[in-house]
Design a protein around this ligand. Structure first.
Ligand code: PLP
Length: 406
């Protein structure tokens, strides 16, 4: 079957591919610790599950409106005003199966072939995939480790010009856990307003922050007509498999995005949306407990990674990923990720899965039990220090690296 030319430009998310490879190794009887996939290992709060079950029993088994159920759009708008400030009305909300479709729909709705889109690199791979897919020109904004992976605002502002059609931001950031300080967001908001460029602000990790409260660019002066917020339930309420997310955007764009949804999926599952109302309006203590536990794991994994030979690790400020620099191991990130999976039994992702500027890093998801995190750290250490195989290869790679640096 002949495929369209554009399909060759479609990228993917390596996490799902590594998961398949890890499962294949497990099927052969090998043990693998899974630190590759970005999903909380917590259960969805019971009152949320109960709301969905009750809804199904009460007959919520039919199509709903494409933009989402009115009660969920209202709950999302209320929650957003409470957490972000700024104005949000139900007409500005579109509910989707996961937050991801908002990326797809917003880029489809706003970007024509040849238009430039700024996006973080390293960053969530689907931004670049979607930009290329529709024929846009991806313009990476490099995140700098020495700045704690906060976006380099000057660099971003310098890249905005007459061909810029969209700026994609993501904070707290996947894969680095970096955040953008408020002053930086103000500078981006100013430049976006000056050029009239919309901003897609991916805030899917906005409830998973350890040091500072969340500040949204969407609530900044001049941003209401330009901001598209992406958020959802996957991470905050441990609901990845439910597929429930949303976008908040100017009402005129929301109508277009809802039409895209009519074309793609018709609507988001009705009972799932009723569960979403229960999540937003119900007890928030499970979220607080999860974030407290994730902070404990963050501290443990950062300390553990820093103690491994050749690893350096910045402290993530949000989300649930550590992104250590592995330059001093002498390995490239892809080769080391492969070796750790195949020989050490630890699944993680190469930094290059998040774009070219992810080289020299690995991504570990610490949304896993403390026991598994410690097991993974022990396996990596044993592999790096192994006298035959890993150890000697590592030393050889380090010697070659030192020699090449003179
Ligand atoms: N945005 C970022 C930065 C993510 O890391 C993810 C999931 O990993 C998503 C969006 C998509 O989340 P959802 O499961 O709601 O589609």
């Amino acid at each position: 079957m002949r495929l369209s030319d554009r399909i060759a430009r479609l990228g993917t998310e390596t996490a799902f591919e590594v998961l398949v490879r890890a499962r294949a190794l497990e099927a052969q009887g090998k043990s693998v610790v899974h630190l590759e996939i970005g999903e909380p290992d917590f259960d969805t709060p019971p009152h949320v599950c109960e709301a969905a079950c009750e809804a199904l029993r009460a007959g919520a088994t039919h199509y709903g409106p494409s933009a989402g159920l009115p009660e969920l759009r209202e709950a999302v708008a209320e929650d957003s005003m409470k957490r972000r400030g700024g104005r949000a009305t139900p007409e500005m909300v579109v509910v989707t199966p996961g937050g991801k479709p908002i990326m797809f729909f917003a880029i489809l709705a706003l970007v024509d072939p040849g238009d430039e889109v700024l996006y973080p690199n390293p960053g969530f791979p689907i931004y670049e995939s979607m930009i290329r897919y529709i024929g846009g020109v991806p313009v990476p904004v490099r995140l700098l480790e020495e700045k704690g992976f906060a976006l380099d605002v000057d660099q971003l502002c310098d890249k905005v010009g007459p061909r810029t059609r969209l700026i994609v931001l993501n904070y707290p950031h996947n894969p680095t856990g970096g955040v953008v300080p408020e002053a930086g967001l103000r500078a981006i908001a100013d430049v976006a307003a000056r050029w009239g460029v919309p901003v897609l602000s991916d805030e899917i990790y906005s409830r998973i922050l350890y040091d500072t409260p969340h500040v949204s660019i969407a609530a900044m002066p001049g941003m209401e007509p330009l901001a598209i917020v992406l958020d959802g339930f996957s991470k905050t309420y441990a609901m990845t498999g439910w597929r429930l997310g949303y976008g908040i955007m100017p009402a005129s764009l929301a109508q277009v995005v809802a039409r895209l949804q009519t074309n793609a999926t018709s609507c988001t599952a009705t009972a799932t949306q009723i569960a979403g109302v229960a999540a937003l309006r119900g007890d928030q203590s499970p979220v607080d407990r999860m974030v407290r536990e994730l902070r404990r794991r963050r501290d443990a994994i950062v300390e553990g990674l820093r103690s491994l030979p050749g690893f350096q690790c910045a402290r993530p400020r949000g989300a649930f990923y550590a992104f250590p620099n592995i330059t001093r191991t002498g390995w490239s990130s892809r080769a080391l990720a492969d070796k750790l999976l195949e020989e050490a039994g630890v699944a993680c992702l190469s930094g290059t899965a998040f774009g070219e500027f992810g080289e020299a890093h690995l991504r570990f998801s610490y949304a896993n039990s403390m026991e598994n995190i410690q097991e993974a750290l022990g396996r990596i250490r044993a592999w790096l220090e192994r006298p035959a195989g890993g150890g000697s290869e590592t030393r050889r790679a380090q010697e070659e690296l030192a020699a090449s640096r003179g």
